[in-house]
Design a protein around this ligand. Structure first.
Ligand code: ZN
Ligand code: ZN
Length: 407
């Protein structure tokens, strides 16, 4: 069987931009390498979570990799925890969290606590706290982010978010007034959900007390800076072991090359080997050339490599179409002649992040598949409007892996 490289350019898809002559950033970018692959390969569009559904990055990736989100989605908290290298057990509930600044009435003033760059000195003493027989594991992430895991018997992930920006569907928001921290509560009638909500509330209250007394916060308060005095929780996930990606698709092995924690988490949860690339940060300063060079080298040892590139999404959220265009050109330059590895290569996105929206949209994403022996279609350039006319038509993500591995 041929080797396969899947390159997911996060948030690559976009909409026509007037300042770019009604082209999208991808269409406006000078991309000789991706254009060559489009010309020698097949192209199309892909709906990642179905028509009209706006994806997040985690569910979108799992869908493209062939997982059934109805039965196999582990929750964003689980993906983040895996990305931070936390080893979880069956029954653990993981939350994705922010350190935030709230006033005396728990109204959120700044949900990123003034973009604190390191939460460790604020939350390290919370790791291992036990309440009502439930142990809390707290692991700092990048910047103001962290993961909190609840471990013990009788827990449920049917818990509302406490982050007002991410209100859970069906969540009760009385008292909320658009700003107040929404205390987590049970989303179903089970004893487990009720118990989990109660214990989590106790933990958040205790954390708030301890954070108020933290000397760093007293110092910040004296200087009039935003404090880091509350933990906002969202994306609860109940740990369950997923079938590995390699098993699912009959591969000997699969590897993951990513900079940002969440995408490493996708690799870990799906049983891929994490390939560490120095300089891969998942931020604007990431070393793309190093990532592609590792891909070029490691594909010798793997049936399948998943390469994640975060850049286009970052510029999309910024609304910076020139930055996005330049980022796409940078990716193209780094990709160079990756076909020379002999692998079949797919270039696509997990979702569109139109610069005009500064957020993800439901628009389908461009897709190309190239490699030796593939009968090319008539499309000569990689871009949303060109791919629309490609021979693959508009596919659904559930059909992608089968199609890709078929080449
Ligand atoms: Zn994404
Ligand atoms: Zn995004």
């Amino acid at each position: 069987m041929k080797k396969h490289i899947l390159i997911i350019c996060d948030g690559l898809g976009d909409l026509p931009v007037p300042e770019l002559g009604e082209k999208t950033p991808l269409e406006a970018a000078n991309t000789p390498n991706m254009d060559r692959m489009a010309k020698n390969g097949v192209t199309g569009l892909m709906h990642v979570l179905g028509e009209g559904v706006r994806p997040n990055s985690d569910d979108a990736h799992l869908a493209i990799l062939g997982y059934n989100l109805e039965t196999e989605y582990p929750g964003r908290g689980q993906v983040e925890a895996a990305g931070l290298g936390m080893v979880l057990e069956e029954g653990d509930i993981a939350f994705r969290c922010n350190l935030a600044y709230v006033d005396d009435e728990l109204r959120v003033i700044d949900r990123r606590a003034g973009r604190i760059d390191n939460v460790t000195p604020f939350v390290e003493s919370f790791n291992g706290i036990e309440i009502d027989g439930i142990k809390f594991l707290v692991k700092p992430g990048t910047g103001y982010r962290m993961v909190v895991v609840m471990r013990g018997k009788g827990l449920s992930d049917k818990i509302s978010n406490s982050d007002v920006h991410y209100v859970t569907e069906g969540q009760v928001v009385e008292d909320w007034e658009g700003k107040k921290v929404n205390i987590p509560h049970a989303l179903d009638d089970s004893l487990e959900a009720k118990f989990t909500a109660e214990v989590l509330q106790k933990f958040l209250e205790k954390a708030h007390d301890l954070l108020e007394k933290n000397p760093l916060n007293i110092e910040k308060s004296n200087k009039g800076e935003p404090k880091g005095n509350y933990i906002l929780t969202r994306g609860p996930g109940y740990y369950k072991k997923l079938p590995t990606f390699a098993q699912k698709w009959g591969l000997n092995n699969a590897g993951c090359i990513a900079g940002a924690g969440m995408y490493k988490g996708i690799g870990i949860l799906t049983g891929m080997d994490l390939i560490f690339v120095p300089g891969a940060t998942g931020e604007k300063n990431t070393d793309l050339i190093a990532k592609i060079n590792f891909t070029r080298d490691k594909i010798k040892n793997y049936d399948f490599l998943f390469l994640h590139i975060k850049l286009p999404d970052i510029y999309g959220h910024d609304g910076d179409f020139l930055g996005k265009k330049a980022a796409i050109e940078k990716i193209d330059k780094a990709i160079d002649n990756l076909e020379s590895t002999g692998a079949v290569i797919a270039v696509t996105a997990d979702h569109s992040t139109p610069c005009s929206h500064k957020d993800h949209s439901a628009d389908p994403v461009p897709l190309l598949i190239a490699g030796r022996g593939i009968e090319p279609d008539d499309i000569k350039k990689f871009g949303e409007s060109f791919c629309k006319k490609g021979s693959l038509g508009t596919i659904q993500s559930k059909d992608f892996m089968k199609l890709f591995l078929g080449y």
